[in-house]
Design a protein around this ligand. Structure first.
Ligand SMILES: Nc1ncnc2c1ncn2[C@@H]1O[C@H](COP(=O)(O)OP(=O)(O)OP(=O)(O)O)[C@@H](O)[C@H]1O
Ligand SMILES: [Mg+2]
Length: 397
């Protein structure tokens, strides 16, 4: 029987109450601790928590300021819930015996002791800009095959500026940008860049540090927001031109010439509250998806002309190849003022929330292609096995 390891980081119950929860649950002894995932919390409990947060945070006199404090608060935002890990383990069970290998400091010893035939890697990692590369690097060290991209690609994609340098080298459109490492370097005047500008911490995901305040119209806005992000996230800040057009995210499955884009997910910004900026940032992912008014932000397959679909698909595949992605990844794009798809970022460890009610783009795109959640996980496994010469045999339906 094939031994399949699953490497993951399980989201802990927080020991201390986050800022948002303090605001949201004051006086409510029964309130659940806040859970976050790569994408919006959209099971019932998550929605209720998000609703509490939203009403408590957004309705404060200076809601926008509080939102960005909440956004900075959860160090485990990218980790997976037990529900997601169970669903993946269940899908993998179709091909063998599944062993859970939590990415704790004991992971290397456990991996060496278990020596699975292949590891399904979904560990987001902890600590530093190479956190997503740790598990694959350890697997390589012990000669254990694993799913997905290699350490180099995972680290590159967790650096938004290195990603853009590589994309530019290969002629894949991405907004013009600069990187600043200290407040002293921010004059707000970058002659090569045209306002409005958008700023982001360079090594984060899950919209940590990306709120409406990151859209800067003036040098003063820019200097203030860059200073805030530098101080809060203790990492360089990317300043790039704001792309005013429609937004899409593309799930890719496969390798080499066999890589294909699943039905494109379009962002329907009309679903955001009136006056909200057309951005899929922290507010949209975490605060505006409520039980009484769920956000209908995804449109899949996106209703776009065929010619645009083809351009988005080819840009996506060029980005996938340029970054050296393997088996699967998700590419985020937006149209510039001329209607040309530009790549914003590449996610080689895509969010995979199992519940169809969840706003999780990759499983949603797979469903639109007629691929169930289980089949999606199994496809990633079989692609990786094929690539590395691991023989797999299906043991149950
Ligand atoms: N240059 C830009 N122009 C316009 N909007 C942008 C730009 N960069 C980012 N955004 C907006 O901010 C959102 C989040 O940015 P980005 O995808 O880089 O962050 P992330 O936290 O890594 O996202 P994810 O949750 O996919 O990991 C995008 O989905 C988009 O709506
Ligand atoms: Mg993104």
């Amino acid at each position: 029987m094939t031994q399949i390891g699953i490497a993951f980081n399980l989201k802990p119950e927080p020991l201390t109450t986050p800022v948002g929860a303090t605001l949201a649950t004051a006086g409510d002894e029964t309130a659940d601790p806040i859970q976050r995932d790569e994408e919006p919390p959209s099971n019932e409990a998550g929605r209720v928590r998000a609703a509490r947060e939203r009403s408590a945070v957004m309705d404060q006199p200076d809601g926008a300021l509080l939102v960005q404090e909440v956004s900075a608060d959860d160090e485990f935002a990218e980790w997976d819930t037990a529900e997601t890990i169970d669903a993946v383990a269940d899908a993998l069970g179709a091909y063998g015996t599944v062993t859970r290998l939590e990415a704790t400091p004991e992971f290397p010893e456990q991996l060496r002791a278990e020596r699975p035939d292949i590891v399904f890697n979904m560990a987001e990692g902890s600590g530093g800009k190479n956190r997503e590369a740790h598990v694959p690097a350890i697997c390589e060290f012990f000669g254990v095959p694993y799913t997905g991209s290699d350490p180099l690609t995972l680290s590159l994609c967790l650096d938004k500026s290195r990603t853009k340098e590589i994309l530019s080298h290969y002629g894949v459109a991405t907004p013009s940008f600069v990187v600043v490492e200290s407040g002293d370097a921010v004059s707000g005047r970058w002659p090569a860049l045209r306002y409005p500008l958008f700023v982001k911490p360079i090594h984060e995901g899950s919209s940590k540090g990306i709120t409406e305040r990151n859209l800067c119209q003036t040098p003063d806005d820019l200097a203030a927001q860059v200073e805030f992000l530098l101080e809060t996230y203790a990492q360089p800040v990317l300043i790039e031109e704001f792309l005013p057009g429609a937004e899409f995210t593309c799930a890719v499955l496969g390798n080499g010439r066999g890589a294909r884009v699943l039905p494109i997910v379009g962002m329907n910004f009309d679903a955001l509250p009136e006056g909200a900026l057309p951005v899929y940032g922290f507010e949209a992912k975490w605060l505006w998806d409520r039980p009484d008014a769920p956000l209908r932000i995804f449109d899949c397959p996106a209703a776009i002309p065929d010619a645009l679909r083809r351009t988005i698909e080819s840009t996506t595949l060029r980005a996938y190849e340029a970054l050296g992605c393997r088996d699967w990844s998700r590419v985020d794009l937006r149209l510039d003022a001329a209607g040309i798809p530009n790549v914003i970022e590449v996610n080689p460890l895509p969010g995979i929330l199992p519940n169809p009610e969840d706003n999780s783009c990759f499983p949603k795109a797979a469903r639109a292609a007629g691929i169930s959640y289980g089949a999606l996980i199994q496809t990633c496994l079989t692609l990786a096995a094929e690539r590395q010469g691991v023989r797999l045999r299906r043991v149950r339906a």
